[in-house]
Design a protein around this ligand. Structure first.
Ligand code: 0RA
Length: 631
C-alpha cells in the first residue's frame, strides 16, 4: 500500500451530493442523534484508515464551544494536487463527490467501518459548513465548504514540515432533528477505537464542558481484556494474545479465563462490533475447541469418557477477536454479522496455529485452562444426568410405596409424621409402638449413601434413597413440590451414638441438597431417644444427657438404683420407644432450621472428606451436643 502512489489521479468514481441531502438516512442511518454522531465516526474513520495504512499515529477529536466538531490527524493529508482529468484539486473531488476517493477501489481497502463507508463527502453534504486545513507538501492548505458546496478556493495559508488533516464541521440544522453532540456517546466509542488500534493515540476534548480524555493502549485488545476482567478473578495472569497477518487479513485475538461461568466473546471486523457474530466467530470457536481437545488428548489430561462441548471450552472465558479484512460483507438484522464465507477457515487455521504454539510454550497456563474446561464439562454432565433422571418419572416418582414403609392411615399430610428409623430391629419396635393413624415408619438399613460424594446417578439408584423419596412424595430438586408431601413432619430417629449421628448427618445432607424446601419449611426433625434408663424399684426415669443423669441420680440416688445405658434404639421395647421418643405428648424433637443446615453444609464437606480422624471426632462431639426443643 505504501509503495502505491496515491496521486490525485487515482480518485475516480463520481456522483454529486444532492442525493445525500435529499435522503440523508440512506447514508448515515437517520437524522436523529445516531445519525448526527455518525458524522463524527465518518470523519474519524478516514483518519483511522490513515493509521491502519501506517501513516498516522495520533488523532484528536474535539467538540468546540460553538458546537462544531474538529478531527485532527497526523496522516498524509488529503491530496491537494490538481486532478489531471477533472482539472480541480483532488481534495475538491474527495469533498464534493460521493464515493470519491482512492480508498474506494480495490487497490487498497477501507478497513475501518463507517456505517456505509461513504466518506467525508457525506459529512460535507450534511454540514452547514466544513473547514479544512491540510498539511501536505510543506504547505498548510485551507478551504471552506457550505452545505456540500465549495465556499472558498483552496489556498495556501502557511508553511509546515509535517503532514496531516484537520476537518471541522458544523452539522446542518435543516437536516438533523438536533445538532448537539454528546460526550457520553463519543467517549466510549473513541476508547473502543483506541483498544482496537493498538498504539494509536486518541485524544478527546469537550471544550463546552472541559472534559478531556487521552487514550492509547500499547497492548490493544489485550488491554481491553484486562479491563473487562478487572472485576473478575482471572485464572492466568496475562491474557493470551494471538496475532497473524496474511493476505491482507489481520487477525488479533486476546483471551483470558476467569473463575466465573459466563462467556464473554466480543468480536470486531474493521473496528465494527459484530454483535451478531458471523464467520470469524465460528472460526474462533472451532479453533479453540479443536486445538484444546487435541492438547488434552496429546497430553492425556482426561479420561476419554468425558466429552467436552464448545460451551464447556468457553465457560469463564473473556475473549476479544478483532479482524481487519479487505471487503467485509455485513449481514443480519443490524448489519453486524460477518458473512464472508472464506473467513471461517482463514481464522480457524490462523488461530489454531497460534494457539497450539501458545499451549506448547505455556504448559502451566494450558493445564490451568484444561482444568477449568474439565470441571465445566463434569458439572454440565452431572446436571444433565440429574435432570434426565428426575424427568424420568419412574426413577423417583414411582407411585408404589416402598414395601418396608409402614404407612399411616390419615390422608391429611399436615397431621402425618414419617419416622425414618435406623435399622430393621428398631424399625420393628417403632412399627409396633406407633399410633397407626398418623405415624408412618420407614426403616433404613445401614448407612445410606454419602450423597456429598456420590454422583447423583448413583444416589438415585440407591435403594434406601429411592424408598425415602417415594415415601415422602415431593420429588427432588427442581421437581420438588411441597403440595405433594405425604407428611409434614419428617423425623429422623437414630441411635444416640457415632453411627447414628453419622446416619442423621447423611440424611440431612440429602435433604439439604435435594429437598431444601423441606428444611426451610421446618418439616425436618431429629428424634431424641434417651441415653439412660434409671430405675429404682418400680419408678423408671429416662434421661437424655449426662447432665440430666447426674441430676436425676442426686434426686433418686442411693441403694437399689439401676442405670441402663441405651446403646441403641433396638434395646427398647415398643412401649419404651413410644414413651421416650415417639409419643407427641412426652417426646423431645429437635427441629432442623436452615441455620443448622448452613452451618452443617460446611461441616458436611469436612465430614465427607477423606480425613477419617477429624470426622470421627466431629461426630462424637456432636452426637451428644444436641439442643433440645420441645415440640
Ligand atoms: C484520499 C487519499 C489519500 C488520503 C486521504 C484521502 C485522506 C483522507 C482523510 C480524511 C481525514 N484524514 C484523512 N487523511 C487522508 C491518500 C493520500 C496519499 O496518497 O498521500
Amino acid at each position: 500500500m505504501a509503495e502505491k502512489d496515491y496521486g490525485a489521479d487515482q480518485i475516480k468514481v463520481l456522483e454529486g451530493l444532492s442525493a445525500v441531502r435529499k435522503r440523508p438516512a440512506m447514508y448515515i442511518g437517520g437524522t436523529g442523534k445516531r445519525g448526527l454522531h455518525h458524522l463524527v465516526w465518518e470523519v474519524l474513520d478516514n483518519s483511522i484508515d490513515e493509521a491502519l495504512a501506517g501513516f498516522c499515529t495520533k488523532i484528536s477529536i474535539s467538540v468546540n464551544t460553538d458546537g462544531s466538531v474538529t478531527v485532527i490527524d497526523n496522516g498524509r493529508g488529503i491530496p491537494v494536487g490538481m486532478h489531471t482529468k477533472y482539472k480541480v484539486p483532488a481534495i475538491e473531488i474527495v469533498m464534493t463527490k460521493l464515493h470519491a476517493g482512492g480508498k474506494f477501489d480495490n487497490s487498497t481497502y477501507k478497513v475501518s467501518g463507517g456505517l456505509h463507508g461513504v466518506g467525508v463527502s457525506v459529512v460535507n453534504a450534511l454540514s452547514e459548513w466544513v473547514e479544512l486545513e491540510i498539511k501536505r507538501d510543506g504547505k498548510i492548505h485551507h478551504q471552506k465548504y457550505s452545505r456540500g458546496d465549495k465556499a472558498t478556493e483552496l489556498k495556501v495559508i502557511g508553511d509546515t514540515d509535517t503532514t496531516g488533516t484537520k476537518v471541522t464541521f458544523f452539522p446542518d440544522a435543516e437536516i438533523f432533528d438536533e445538532i448537539i453532540f454528546d460526550s457520553d456517546t463519543l467517549i466510549p466509542r473513541i476508547k473502543e477505537l483506541a483498544y482496537l488500534n493498538k498504539g494509536l493515540a486518541l485524544d478527546f476534548e469537550d471544550k463546552r464542558s472541559g472534559i478531556k480524555k487521552e487514550y492509547c493502549f500499547e497492548g490493544g485488545i489485550e488491554s481491553l481484556i484486562c479491563d473487562l476482567n478487572k472485576t473478575r478473578t482471572s485464572l492466568h495472569e496475562k491474557p493470551i494474545y494471538l496475532e497473524s497477518k496474511d493476505n491482507n487479513i489481520e487477525m488479533e485475538i486476546a483471551m483470558q479465563y476467569t473463575t466465573g461461568y459466563t462467556e464473554t466473546l466480543i468480536s470486531f471486523v474493521n473496528n465494527i462490533n459484530t454483535i451478531e457474530g458471523g464467520t470469524h466467530v465460528s472460526g474462533f470457536k472451532a479453533a479453540l475447541t479443536k486445538v484444546t481437545n487435541t492438547y488434552i488428548k496429546k497430553n492425556k489430561l482426561l479420561k476419554d469418557s468425558v466429552d467436552i462441548t464448545g460451551q464447556d471450552m468457553r465457560e469463564g472465558l473473556t475473549a476479544v477477536a478483532s479482524l481487519k479484512i479487505p471487503q467485509p460483507q455485513f449481514e443480519g438484522q443490524t448489519k453486524t454479522k460477518l458473512g464472508n464465507a472464506d473467513i471461517k477457515g482463514i481464522v480457524e487455521s490462523a488461530m489454531s496455529l497460534k494457539l497450539s504454539e501458545f499451549y506448547e510454550e505455556n504448559p502451566t497456563v494450558a493445564k490451568t485452562i484444561v482444568g477449568k474446561i474439565t470441571s465445566a464439562a463434569t458439572a454440565r454432565i452431572a446436571a444433565q444426568k440429574a435432570r434426565e433422571l428426575v424427568r424420568r418419572k419412574s426413577a423417583l416418582e414411582s407411585t408404589t410405596l416402598p414395601g418396608k414403609l409402614a404407612d399411616c392411615s390419615e390422608k391429611d399430610a399436615s397431621k402425618c409424621e414419617l419416622f425414618i428409623v435406623e435399622g430393621d430391629s428398631a424399625g420393628g419396635s417403632a412399627k409396633q409402638g406407633r399410633v397407626r393413624d398418623t405415624q408412618a415408619i420407614l426403616p433404613l438399613r445401614g448407612k445410606i449413601l454419602n450423597v456429598e460424594k456420590a454422583a447423583i446417578t448413583k444416589m438415585i439408584q440407591n435403594e434406601e434413597i429411592r424408598a425415602l423419596v417415594t415415601a415422602i412424595g415431593t420429588g427432588i430438586s427442581e421437581q420438588f413440590t411441597m403440595e405433594k408431601a405425604r407428611y409434614h413432619k419428617i423425623i429422623i430417629m437414630t441411635d444416640a451414638d457415632v453411627d447414628g449421628a453419622h446416619i442423621s448427618t447423611l440424611l440431612l445432607t440429602f435433604f439439604f441438597r435435594y429437598m431444601l424446601e423441606l428444611i426451610e419449611g421446618g418439616h425436618v426433625y431429629l428424634a431424641q431417644p434417651p441415653l439412660y434408663k434409671i430405675q429404682k424399684g418400680k419408678a423408671v426415669h429416662y434421661v437424655y444427657s449426662d447432665e440430666e443423669k447426674h441430676a436425676k441420680l442426686e434426686e433418686v440416688g442411693g441403694q437399689g438404683v439401676t442405670i441402663q445405658r441405651y446403646k441403641g434404639l433396638g434395646e427398647m421395647d415398643p412401649k419404651q420407644l413410644w414413651d421416650t421418643t415417639m409419643a407427641p405428648e412426652s417426646r423431645t424433637l429437635k427441629q432442623i432450621t436452615i441455620e443448622d443446615v448452613i452451618e452443617a453444609d460446611q461441616t458436611f464437606s469436612t465430614l465427607m472428606g477423606d480425613a477419617v480422624e477429624p470426622r470421627r471426632k466431629f461426630i462424637e462431639e456432636n452426637a451428644k451436643n444436641v439442643v433440645n426443643l420441645d415440640v
